[in-house]
Design a protein around this ligand. Structure first.
Ligand SMILES: Nc1ncnc2c1ncn2[C@@H]1O[C@H](COP(=O)(O)OP(=O)(O)OP(=O)(O)O)[C@@H](O)[C@H]1O
Ligand SMILES: [Mg+2]
Length: 152
């Protein structure tokens, strides 16, 4: 990654703003994409993924549980399989095999706690770092040089 890679900083004053960002990302996804969701506990990683998946499914009531215990939840969508990972409890990159990482990469992967990916961290991913600022959030986006401008 180039140190000069463009990044986009967005204020997210409330949960609705996080959800709207999730929908803008959904509209630009392609099979093979990876969206890496960084940020501390409660930053809104699952909230963003939930809004993204509901928008893709065109179903505002779609059940999107946090995968903190199952580590991965799969969704059949118009883009093919979209896999939502939460790797907080992952033992190491080798354990990703058992979760079906290779097959998941053919579709779209949304990954909470992507630091656990180690050497399997995908090149060309969209990185979304969520920062907690009081009651609000700030998102720092990088990657997707051909698409990042549309996320503002
Ligand atoms: N921009 C925002 N401003 C204020 N609150 C927000 C914002 N975005 C999301 N939230 C709220 O913050 C909480 C985030 O919870 P969420 O489970 O999505 O966090 P998470 O990053 O996935 O945490 P974990 O690491 O535990 O999985 C939710 O209650 C959500 O409504
Ligand atoms: Mg979460």
């Amino acid at each position: 990654m180039s140190a000069q890679q463009a990044s986009l900083i967005l204020g997210l004053p409330d949960a609705a703003a996080t959800e709207a960002l999730g929908r803008r990302i959904a509209d630009r996804l392609r099979p093979g994409d990876a969206v890496l969701l960084e940020g501390p506990l409660g930053a809104g990683k699952s909230a963003l993924a939930r809004a993204l998946l509901r928008h893709l499914a065109n179903d505002p009531a779609l059940d999107v549980p946090s995968p903190s215990y199952t580590l991965v939840q799969g969704y059949a969508t118009k883009l093919g399989l979209v896999s939502h990972f939460d790797l907080w409890r992952l033992d190491g990159p080798a354990a990703l095999d058992e979760l079906g990482w290779e097959d998941a990469r053919a579709g779209v992967v949304l990954v909470e706690w992507p630091g656990r990916l180690g050497f399997l961290r995908p090149a060309g991913a969209l990185h979304v770092a969520l920062h907690i600022e009081g009651d609000a959030r700030r998102a720092v986006l990088s990657g997707w040089p051909d698409r990042i401008e549309g996320l503002a």
